[in-house]
Every structure is written in C-alpha cells, then in structure tokens.
Design a protein around this ligand. Sequence first.
Ligand code: PXG
Length: 289
Amino acid sequence: MKVYINGRFYEKQDAKISVFDHGLLYGDGVFEGIRTYNRLVFKLEEHIDRLFESAHTIMLEIPMSKQQLIDAVIQTLKENRLKDAYIRLIVTRGEGDLGLDPRKCKGNATVIIIADKIILYPQRLYKEGLAIITVPTVRNLPEALNPQIKSLNYLNNILAKIEAINAGCEEAIMLDFLGYVAECTGDNIFIVKRGHLYTPPQCMGTLRGITRDTVLEIARKEKIPVHEHVLTRHELYISDECFLTGTAAEIIPVVKVDGRIIGTGKPGKLTLNLMKRFKELTRKEGVRY
Ligand code: PXG
C-alpha cells in the first residue's frame, strides 16, 4: 500500500507523521471518506467541496487547490491499483508545539490520502437488516462543535458507538440537543411512512451526508415524496421502513429500533429499491481513473 503524505508516497509502514501534529494532539483537522466503484470515484467534487467548507470554518488553510487535491486522490488510486476503494482524505493543522494555539503550526497543514478497503457492518446485515438503539450521548450542539464540520474530533460519535456496542448493537441513534433524532455515529437515518420518505433536516445536529443527498435525489426522480423533517423516536418506532446511509455503510436496512420491530421485521420494499438504484448509480457515475 502506498500512502500519500504532503506530495510524496510512502509504504504503509513508513507512512508516519510527527507526534507534534495538532491532528493527533487535538483532533485539529478535517477529513472525508470517499468510495470508488469499478474505477469511478463517486461524488468526488462534492466530497472535496465539503472538505474545503469544513476547513474554511475551522480556519485551516489547505495548501492545495481543489483541482490539485482531486489530482492527488486520482494519483493515489492509480499508485495503489485499486478498482474498488475507500479513500480517507485527511488535512490536519500540521506540526506545532504543546499548546493548542493553531498559529504555532505556521500554516504547515498535513495532507494525507489513504486508499484502502472498508467494511463497516457484516455483509449479512445488508440482507437481514440492523437492530439499532438510542444512546445517552447526544450529538454535538451546532453552536459548540457543528456536526456539519467533518473534523478529526470524533469522540462524540465514538462515545455513542461504545454505548451501542455495550448494549450488543452495531449502531447507535444519536439525538440532538432537543431530543429529536439526529443521526447515527457515521450514517444518516431515514424512515418510510405510507410511501413517504423522511430524514432529519441538516440544521439540527446532523451532517449533510453526500449519500443522504444522493438518496433524496434518487427518491425525487422516482417520484417518492421526500421530507426533511424533525423526527422523534416514536416516529421511528411506528415507521414502515427504516435505513441508514453513508459513504462507508452505503444503504443498510434497519429492522429493529430500541427493541421495537420496524414494519414486517424485514428490509422494506422501498429500501430495497433505493439500494438497487443507488448501486446502479455508483456503477455508472463518477470521475474515472
Ligand atoms: N454522519 C456522520 C456523523 C458521518 O461521519 C455520515 C453521516 C454520512 O455522510 P456521507 O457523506 O458519507 O454520506 C458520516 C460519514 C465509520 C465512518 O467508520 C463513517 C463516516 C466517516 C468516517 C468513518 O463509521 N461517515
């Protein structure tokens, strides 16, 4: 495996950064997870745009243009000869000293690109569906650390993940500061009720997922009524279908929420149809390498 760090490629065992990098010391940085399917990078521009938006808000200057970053991603994929890959694109504040003042990093942002594989949930769960639970840890408040910023600081999500694992579940539902459904630890959440598709709005402590937006786009094309609307746990419990979306997870059905069976207890028809349409789209759309 060849890992890109600041314009050079390193073997996996040599791909290292300083212990003084503020990405490590403070989680001070931003990242993206991107997938490729049969040598097509899915929604590359959208991921690059979101990375730059996250960086803009934390006042982290990415030392490359969007096009240079796109070229570096493509080059990393070619170096690694991967047909289907999961790319982790990371930009940290860079090397500083022991003190959180970002000025100490002197604008030396670290750019890392890893091209690898990712398996989030066991394959059988895509057929059988997931059982998920609501956890006590609430999603970060937008005015504390806005979930729209895809920062390297993922402890909020990791705490929720630990709570789910402790309860014997693969995934957690995180509520927002008002008690509405926000999202899962690395996925957005959708429900289907009487043929309508619902997902929480992005303003309430939810990342505007690129897979989420793709599903909304597919649904609109399929003439399925879609609503970006606040959801309560009750609405999840009484939904006909439920599923999660994310670049790593893709689309995965949910069949149980907090011990309540969803719909028939099997992946729903509309969910299966969206999974099929999503798969078709990822096989034909994207930046070729
Ligand atoms: N919400 C959160 C909090 C995320 O981190 C998504 C939703 C889905 O967004 P996209 O744009 O990918 O549709 C994400 C992104 C993991 C993992 O290991 C998951 C993500 C990122 C990094 C790691 O579960 N998902």
